[in-house]
Write a protein that binds this ligand. Structure first.
Ligand code: GRF
Length: 209
């Protein structure tokens, strides 16, 4: 059997607003792929119910059900392979991808992070930016590697920090920028216009106000 359309899995741990922006782009045909599966590592993640409600297959893969991280990852890779997934899109997935996952999906996994990497990697990037007193932060999309938010950059959008910004107001503008940028980048990746070997010529720096 030949299969023309790529298949995407989204990994998400929380609300899933980016996952829904991606699903909207799949539904609109902007991302030329099928959304095969949404996987969460957290039973209480709202993304599980909201994606199920829109008819997307969802699966919970909970680390505590496994003896160790390596067993968890082997199972996760098996779930993704069983769904015949070509691309993995991390959307608020709060776990580090380990060797079993990387061996299978390096070069085929992208992540979105709410800062202008390499600035403010890791947890609470928005809080880090506010604490640092910088005048702008933003959004980065990158291929993953074995570090924390260190893989090859694909695209970034700058989001200014306004004098009277609260954490919530800044987070809202960052999320709006994510919802615009991430589906566009995923569309380019699944169409082969961007590859892990050559992400730089396609990088974009834009300002989102
Ligand atoms: C996003 O800000 C993303 O950059 C970060 O986690 C957040 C997830 O938000 N990695 P959501 O679950 O997509 O609403």
């Amino acid at each position: 059997m030949t299969r023309n359309r790529s298949r995407i899995a989204i990994l998400a741990s929380g609300t899933g607003s980016n996952a829904h922006a991606l699903a909207d782009a799949v539904d609109a045909g902007t991302i030329d792929a099928d959304l095969a599966l949404v996987v969460s590592d957290r039973p209480a993640a709202p993304v599980l119910a909201s994606m199920r409600a829109r008819g997307v297959p969802v699966q919970l893969v909970e680390p505590r059900q496994f003896a160790d991280r390596s067993a968890f990852e082997r199972h996760l890779v098996g779930v993704l392979d069983a769904a015949a997934v070509d691309w993995v899109v991390l959307a608020g997935y709060m776990r580090i991808c380990g060797p079993q996952f990387l061996a299978r999906f390096t070069g085929r996994t992208v992540n979105v992070h709410p800062s202008l990497l390499p600035e403010f990697p890791g947890l609470d990037a928005i809080g880090q930016a506010l604490a640092a007193g910088v005048s702008a932060t933003g959004v980065s999309v990158h291929f993953i590697d074995d570090g924390i938010d260190t893989g090859p950059l694909i695209a970034q959008v700058t989001v200014p920090i306004l004098p009277n910004d609260s954490r919530d107001s800044l987070a809202a503008r960052i999320q709006a920028a994510e919802h615009e940028l991430y589906p566009r980048v995923v569309a380019d990746v699944v169409a082969g216009r961007i590859t892990a070997a050559a992400p730089a010529p396609h990088s974009r720096m834009e300002v989102h106000s």
